[in-house]
Design a protein around this ligand. Structure first.
Ligand SMILES: [Zn+2]
Ligand SMILES: [Zn+2]
Length: 57
């Protein structure tokens, strides 16, 4: 628990992770531990994303 505050995605649970990409603090459910990203960034970064835009840092 290194992050204080409320999850910036669902705004209903305590945040305990920080996204490596956008810095958003998110709760466990809105965090992709495998990628180290918030659900938002993880969705964009997925290799099976079909919108055709390249993920860049
Ligand atoms: Zn959340
Ligand atoms: Zn993010």
């Amino acid at each position: 628990m290194g992050v204080a505050g409320l999850c910036e995605i669902c705004e209903s649970r305590a945040a305990d992770h920080r996204c490596d990409r956008c810095g958003t603090i998110v709760c466990l459910l809105d965090y992709d531990a495998e990628m180290g990203l918030c659900a938002d960034c993880a969705a964009r970064a997925k290799p099976d994303d079909r919108r055709g835009d390249t993920f860049r840092l």
